[in-house]
Design a protein around this ligand. Structure first.
Ligand SMILES: *Cc1c(COP(=O)(O)O)cnc(C)c1O
Length: 370
């Protein structure tokens, strides 16, 4: 029996960054500006430069980023937002929380991303935004989505980039592909902190200002509440953690790409059904996800060999009790089918090739015996 693998190896990452993280956190403890301290601005400047977006607004989480972006667009009750039902609940949750109507459009079966070819038919006079999700770290067809949005009077496009920080599309970086990009620094995301955190990217000055105000209770100046907002700031300490992690991020990104390409090649040779990666898109492999039948059996067999797996996500949102009212059960069949078949394998920058080989061998053997 070999040692158990980590699904996401954050321990090795921490060991490599321990001193830098400690120094960054100590600096915050020394200056004592726990809320909106200098690390917040420093991180926002670095992340804006990284993506190419004019503005970066750090916020309390990826969920909060989606909420604040929708609030900045002044989403009103009854307004429709086109999105994918094959995503983490937060995507649709923030639409519904504001009284909006999620309009679920199906995914492409091979990339699991919103199918741009189906979006136009879902647009109505009440469409207020289109919200594609860069699932598993690969962006949707953003040029096609932006073009459709532009043809319909400039509908804002919000990229849910929670899983795709570091990915790129036609040479442009995720987060900077549409009106808004919203990312998450949840610990298991490609760029994570040690708690909750997130960021909004935009190059629109007015929308950026709106987000900055909404983040601090709608204040345009201290105790001048010009609009209704939220308490949505990211802690200075969490910004300090991300700043330390950024020093290794270039290396991690290269590792993720190399390991993703290696999984792709090895699993392809074994006949495993893989996610398609479109030309011109660099996937950051927030998850490395494959398609299998009899998934529960495969998971159990791998688990018995010390190989943890995960399912992102086991149900399309319109099959979840809280969102079932927004589409009939038979809608979005590709999303429903994917939810039954997807399986995410261990993936992180610190996965070794030997560990990866173990996963590939175990999965291939399991599928061959089925
Ligand atoms: C993680 C995630 C979110 C939410 O991010 P949090 O930081 O956990 O709030 C939203 N959308 C998608 C697609 C995600 O994967």
């Amino acid at each position: 029996m070999t040692a158990k693998l980590e699904f996401i190896d954050l321990k090795t990452q921490y060991a490599a960054l321990k001193e830098r993280i400690a120094a960054r956190m100590q600096a915050v403890l020394d200056h004592g500006q726990y809320i909106m301290g200098p690390e917040v601005k420093e991180l926002e400047e670095k992340l804006a430069a990284w993506t190419g977006a004019k503005h970066c607004i750090t916020v309390a989480s990826g969920t909060e980023a989606l909420l604040i972006a929708l609030m900045a667009l002044d989403l009103k009750p009854g307004d429709e937002v086109i999105t994918s039902p094959f995503t983490f609940a937060a995507t649709a949750e923030m639409i519904v929380l504001l009284g909006g109507r999620p309009v679920f459009v199906d995914i492409e079966p091979d990339t699991c991303n919103l199918d741009a070819a189906l979006v136009e038919a879902a647009i109505t006079p009440r469409t207020r935004a289109i919200m594609p999700v860069s699932l598993y770290g690969q962006t949707a067809d953003m040029d096609a989505l932006n073009a459709i949005a532009a043809q319909h009077g400039g509908i804002p496009v919000i990229e849910d980039a929670a899983q795709s920080f570091g990915a790129s599309y036609q040479g442009r970086r995720s987060g900077h592909l549409s009106t808004f990009g919203c990312t998450s620094f949840f610990p298991s995301k490609p760029l994570g902190c040690y708690g909750d955190g997130g960021a909004i990217f935009t190059s629109d000055d007015m929308l950026a200002q709106a987000c900055r105000e909404i983040r601090v209770h709608g204040q345009s100046a201290r105790y001048t509440h010009t609009r209704v907002g939220v308490g949505g700031r990211m802690d200075t300490l969490q910004c300090a953690v991300v700043l330390a992690k950024l020093e290794r991020f270039g290396w991690e990104l290269q590792r993720r790409r190399d390991l993703g390409a290696r999984y792709h090649r090895l699993l392809g040779e074994r006949g495993v059904e893989r996610l398609a990666v479109r030309p011109g898109r660099e996937c950051v492999w927030g998850q490395y996800t494959v398609f299998v039948d009899r998934r529960a059996d495969v998971q159990a067999a791998l688990q018995a060999q010390g190989i943890p797996t995960a399912v992102h996500y086991p149900k399309a949102l319109h099959h979840q009790p809280a969102y079932a009212g927004w589409a009939p059960a038979e809608a979005c069949p590709h999303s429903v089918r994917a939810a039954r078949r997807v399986l995410s394998l261990p993936m992180s920058a610190d996965l070794s090739e030997a560990q990866q080989d173990r996963v590939v061998e175990a999965l291939a053997a399991c599928l061959a015996s089925a």
